[in-house]
Ligand binder design. Structure first.
Ligand code: TGC
Ligand code: FAD
Length: 392
């Protein structure tokens, strides 16, 4: 793979809206990605292996629990800093960002928000340092977009619960130490349970043959009469709203992360278009290529502004779930289109692992599907503006 020469586009001087702390956090994440991710990520993706050696570095740049308070091991940063970290990591690879998103927003966040003080103390520091890795089990084989229909369930067996069911498409499951699992009680109410590797009847088979997110490990969670101690139930919120609150946080991070992937594709294509000569001049001099590049920077700039504004709303506690859906949907779609156009600018070279573009493009096919599909987020906007529910 080529050396990482990435330079971040900032066409509207959005840096002026950032604090010194934001820039410092971003710069640490960017330098780390250049040093530790870019040199190894192509090979990891080609081999379909999650590069476990980067876990310590992710923890050091604050990617595990950026906004979780420091007393619980998090970095205690604001939402824009969280977004910027996700942007820089996904600039390297969406699969690496996935690992960080899951750990922060889908494992640490529910334990912090809905967990008991004992659970916070037991797990959060270890998750922040990467000593423990976690995963989040919501999706089931027959319940993806409609998680409320889940059949995974637990029964009260006196001093413990007995958990049965299966989850599918679970990021980090093959190596996770703990899983935050969403399951129905005997009354049909959804609760979160912390399931630990090693509990009898709990297995995590890996999903192979993915063309996307190859540097991220994906698998199943199988529960066959797993005895879960009662103290592992998250006590402070139940109902579908609890996992959906976690998704709000992860979707926000993805809205930023996708900008990173798009910026990397744009930067690579721009550089290539200025260097590659055909018909006696750089291909960047042809109007058709300029149109692609000009539209890319326009869309990136719009996405940056959307993410920044959403970050300020999140900081003020004012962002709605529907606003988050709009940003996730828009920014991932924007990145996917940019990846496709950027690949064309590179001609044949665009399909090789010499450049990051094809990897980003394939990764983004997952990103546009997970955390709510492109269509589901459109329907969330539709419901928000009309008051009419197209889901049911
Ligand atoms: P609905 O009846 O609308 O809502 C049920 C209850 O939840 C509340 N609620 C929310 N609460 C907090 N945040 C949100 N975003 C919320 N949206 C809804 C709602 O008020 C209600 O509360 P209550 O008290 O009245 O019960 O639910 P529904 O069954 O109609 O479904 C709505 C729908 C389709 C939007 C939702 O289920 C959905 O978002 N589906 C998509 C599923 C999804 O995104 N799955 C993601 C799985 S995790 C993942 O992909 C990780 S990828 C790994 C990585 O990030 O790298
Ligand atoms: P389906 O729900 O079957 O949807 C199929 C198609 O039908 C989609 O185009 C969808 O938009 C459309 N559709 C569905 N309902 C409607 C409707 N009402 N109106 C119009 N169109 C509709 N889940 C987790 O819980 N944890 C994880 O860590 C996790 N990681 C993942 C990692 C990867 C690589 C992938 C690919 C997925 C991951 N997921 C995870 C699951 C992901 O969230 C689901 O794939 C996603 O929510 C969609 O569910 P589904 O695949 O079952 O598709």
């Amino acid at each position: 793979m080529k050396p990482d020469l990435f330079e971040s586009p900032d066409y509207y001087n959005i840096d002026d809206l950032l604090t010194d702390e934001h820039k410092l956090v971003r710069s640490a994440a960017r330098d780390w990605v250049k040093r530790e991710v870019s040199p190894i990520i192509e090979e990891a993706a080609q081999k379909a292996e999650f590069p476990k050696q980067i876990i310590g570095g992710l923890a050091e740049i604050g990617a595990f629990g950026p906004y979780i308070p420091e007393e619980y091991g998090g970095a205690g940063l604001d939402q824009i800093a969280y977004g910027l970290i996700m942007q820089e990591i996904e600039r390297g690879d969406s699969g690496v960002r996935s690992t960080a998103s899951v750990q922060s927003s889908l494992v640490m966040y529910p334990i912090y928000k809905f967990g008991s003080e004992e659970q916070r103390k037991k797990y959060l520091h270890k998750l922040a340092s990467g000593e423990f890795m976690g995963c989040f089990g919501l999706t089931e084989p027959d319940h993806g977009s409609n998680p409320g229909g889940m059949v995974t369930n637990f029964k009260d067996a006196g001093d413990h619960y007995v958990l049965n069911g299966a989850k599918m498409w679970i990021s980090n499951s093959p190596f996770a130490d703990i899983a935050v699992v969403w399951a129905k009680s005997e009354e049909g109410r959804i609760h979160g349970l912390i399931v630990e590797r090693g509990m009898e009847g709990f297995s995590t088979p890996e999903t192979h043959n993915k063309w996307s997110l190859r540097a991220s490990a994906t698998g199943e969670l199988i529960f066959d009469n797993v005895k879960v101690p009662k103290e592992n139930l998250l006590p402070n919120k139940s109902g579908l709203g609890a996992p959906l609150m976690c998704l709000d946080s992860a979707r926000f991070g993805i809205a930023w992360g996708a900008i990173g992937a798009a910026m990397d594709c744009y930067d690579t294509a721009l550089r290539y278009a200025k260097e590659r000569q055909q018909f006696g001049k750089p291909i960047g001099a042809f109007q058709l290529q300029q149109k692609k590049l000009a539209e890319m920077i326009t869309e990136i700039t719009k996405a940056q502004l959307l993410a920044w504004r959403l970050g300020t709303l999140r900081n003020e506690g004012k962002a709605t779930s529907a606003q988050i859906s709009m940003a996730k949907r828009n920014n991932v779609d924007m990145a996917l289109k940019i990846a496709r156009d950027a690949r064309q600018i590179l001609g044949g070279m665009g399909i090789t692992g010499e450049y990051s573009i094809m990897r980003h493009m394939m990764n983004l096919e997952s990103v546009v599907t997970y955390e709510g599909t492109h269509d589901i987020h459109l329907l969330i906007t539709g419901l928000d503006i009309t008051g009419l529910n197209a889901f049911k």
